[in-house]
Design a protein around this ligand. Structure first.
Ligand SMILES: [Mg+2]
Length: 317
């Protein structure tokens, strides 16, 4: 059934009950938002076969395009509020659109994010979402605020998502609960929005781990004008990851694998107890994995000795 662009957007993406600060939502030439104070804006695009494997369930694509953007809001300490969506599809497949919308809205509703505009075009499968959040002028969490001597932390566990993707690509779906747990980390990443906001006044710098720890911590270091030294013994590795892979492979996934959407942040050592208490208060585990040091780049150490990591993360081009 051929449907026009507006018919499809209205049918699958217009939801009633928009918040008071959406003066005009989906259906006009532009959305109009009632914003007081600073806003944080980010955009992220997912291309089939580049950012996710072809055949990924539509629900997971819809969920993911919002999750990666929520993760960027988390890394800034912002509160995500509104988003717009540009979707490019080979053909308007109703079952796929229903699934995509269900995945997107399941996460949007949990985070009180309103979809306020959309665009639909025909072409290779691509989902692009722009997110807008509010942010406290005095608590903008940036990559560049780190100082030599600050502790380096990561939330959650690392490497599960990259390992889960590798299992998915080998077609090892449903082969035991451990496989499933890792695959779910890839399919349904949990952006650390609450933790990001809790850290906004406490951390000196932050970034989300989308391309891999070494790559993303490297970006934080470059922006902060220093280097980092991290210890492999301190990497937070899940029991699932360690049960399926030898320690050196688990470590390589944790250091170089992307798509974890955890936060990597730094804080002055004097803040350590507060950081721990604040994150415990929002139910977010975090581990201190090293320090910011003079120099440039990320040094990886095992038992205090420098090692050369296997992979240094996803490259966009
Ligand atoms: Mg990011």
């Amino acid at each position: 059934v051929a449907q026009d662009e507006f018919g499809i957007i209205e049918r699958y993406f217009a939801r009633p009950g928009a918040s008071r600060d959406v003066l005009v939502g989906i259906g006009d030439d532009a959305a109009v938002l009632d914003v007081a104070g600073p806003i944080a804006v980010a955009v992220d695009t997912l291309v089939e076969n580049v950012h996710f494997p072809s055949g990924l369930p539509a629900e997971a694509v819809g969920y993911r395009v919002l999750a990666v953007n929520l993760s960027d809001m988390a890394a800034m300490g912002a509160e995500p509020r509104w988003c717009t969506l540009a979707l490019t599809l080979p053909q308007p497949d109703e079952t796929w659109l229903e699934g995509f919308a269900a995945g997107l809205f399941s996460l949007a509703e949990r985070h009180n994010v309103a979809l306020v505009g959309g665009d639909l075009t025909r072409g290779p499968l691509t989902a692009s979402l722009q997110i807008i959040g509010t942010i406290d002028r005095e608590a903008i969490l940036r990559r560049g605020g780190g100082h030599v001597g600050d502790d380096v932390y990561v939330t959650g566990t690392l490497g599960d998502s990259a390992a889960g993707l590798a299992l998915l690509e080998e077609g090892m779906v449903g082969e035991g609960s451990t496989h499933v747990a890792l695959q779910e980390r890839f399919l349904w990443p949990e952006p650390r929005v609450t933790a990001g906001r809790a850290l906004a006044r406490l951390a000196s710098a932050a970034i989300d781990v989308s391309d891999g720890l070494i790559a993303d911590l490297g970006h934080l270091c470059a922006a902060s004008g220093c280097g980092a030294a991290i210890d492999t013994e301190r990497l937070p590795l899940s029991a699932e990851l360690l049960s399926l892979f030898p320690p050196n492979v688990a470590e390589a996934y944790a250091l170089g694998g992307g798509d974890d959407y955890e936060l990597c942040f730094t804080a002055a050592p004097a803040q350590a107890q507060t950081v721990e208490a604040v994150l415990a208060g929002v139910g977010c585990p975090a581990r201190k994995i090293g320090r910011l040091v003079a120099g440039t780049g990320v040094q990886v150490r095992r038992d205090g000795e420098p090692v050369v990591p296997v992979s240094t993360g996803y490259r966009h081009f």
